[in-house]
Design a protein around this ligand. Structure first.
Ligand code: URA
Length: 337
């Protein structure tokens, strides 16, 4: 018994789910049970018109095996993706991630990431069923944020693929990086945290947009609007939609992308993106390294010296390295698309 993919007339997104449940089998339509109701609410709220396909299209009481996922990828997922080249994918949960990346993937490590695979952006988030049994608000928020980003194209005034020009160094510019909260950043609890780092030995900024209370706590720049130039890694697909979601405005900003992810993959060992830029041009490591150190040290929110991060030019090479290595591990070789 199979549930065929759902294909609207003018789709702007592909949603990759797990497997049909009993309700879906009865109706022959994906995502019509409780998880489906939640998902469809979120998707219509962000303006998505999704093609919906499952990573395992046949019903089974057990979780789909790698063999089932591989067979369904060939029979359903690939042909569906081939019909819609370039359309972004919202990948829900472990099995969808395994279908896209191959092997056995854990969404805990991937949630909040965007990858360019086969010429399209793939946004990884949790499966809505996880919210139904965990009742963790951040799970629902996370799905919404990633769905929003996936259907919200950002058009930079200028989009540079490759290393930014040298004159970018003459003035301080805002270097941004955005992170989802959730498993990795539980102290923020709900939606997203945006953090930025500026160049030229000017302070590192933390921009905690989703946690208004930090506005007071953190003696850092808080942005509602930014008119200058922004530099970042792959920011048009992720960081900037994030900013838009959070209501930040960049009315005159010129955006520089340092590399696109796809181009980065073969040269990741040389370090690209924000960390690489920071090190190469400024001899510093991004805030992220320091935050990761604090996490590793088990520091809780109340103990985190947020004030220090403003002036801290992180030198934590080892931590940056391990972050980068774990990113490499996560993708690995043999991506099936
Ligand atoms: N969950 C899924 O992942 N897919 C469906 O079609 C229904 C529920």
């Amino acid at each position: 018994m199979f549930v065929q993919p759902e294909e609207p007339v003018d789709p702007n997104l592909i949603v990759l789910g797990e497997a049909p449940g009993k309700t879906e089998l009865e109706d022959g339509v994906p995502f019509v049970g409780r998880a489906g109701e939640l998902l469809r609410d979120i998707l219509s709220g962000v303006g998505a018109r999704p093609v919906i396909v499952n990573s395992a299209n046949c019903f089974n009481e057990d979780k789909p095996t790698t063999e089932v996922i591989t067979a369904c990828r060939e029979a359903y997922v690939k042909p569906t993706l081939d019909k819609y080249p370039g359309l972004p994918i919202l990948s829900l949960g472990n099995f969808a991630a395994s279908s896209i990346l191959g092997g056995n993937r854990a969404i805990g490590k991937l949630a909040g990431k965007v990858r360019v695979i086969g010429g399209r952006n793939v946004y990884f988030t949790f499966h809505p069923a996880y919210y139904l049994y965990s009742h963790e608000k951040y799970v629902k928020d996370h799905i919404e944020v990633m769905a929003w980003c996936s259907v919200t194209p950002v058009k930079p005034i200028e989009y540079i693929v490759g290393v930014p020009p040298k004159d970018i160094l003459k003035e301080p510019r805002l270097f941004i990086d955005a992170e989802t909260t959730g498993l990795k950043y539980p102290w923020y609890g709900t939606k997203v945290t945006l953090l930025g780092v500026s160049g030229l030995n000017t302070p590192i900024y933390i921009i905690p947009t989703s946690h208004q209370e930090y506005k007071e706590d953190v003696d850092c720049l808080f942005l509602n609007e930014f008119e200058g130039e922004i530099v970042g890694h792959n920011i048009a697909v992720f960081d900037l939609p994030f900013l838009a979601y959070e209501g930040l405005k960049f009315p005159k900003a010129r955006f520089f992308d340092t590399e696109v992810v796809e181009r980065c993959r073969p040269i990741i060992p040389k370090m690209t993106g924000l960390k690489w830029l920071g090190k190469k041009f400024f001899g510093t490591h991004a805030w992220e390294a320091q935050v990761h150190t604090w996490i590793d040290e088990g520091l809780t929110t109340d103990k985190m010296p947020f004030k220090d991060i403003c002036t801290y030019l992180a030198w934590d090479i080892e931590v940056s390295r391990s972050v980068w290595l774990s990113q490499l591990e996560e993708i690995g070789d043999g991506v099936p698309f």
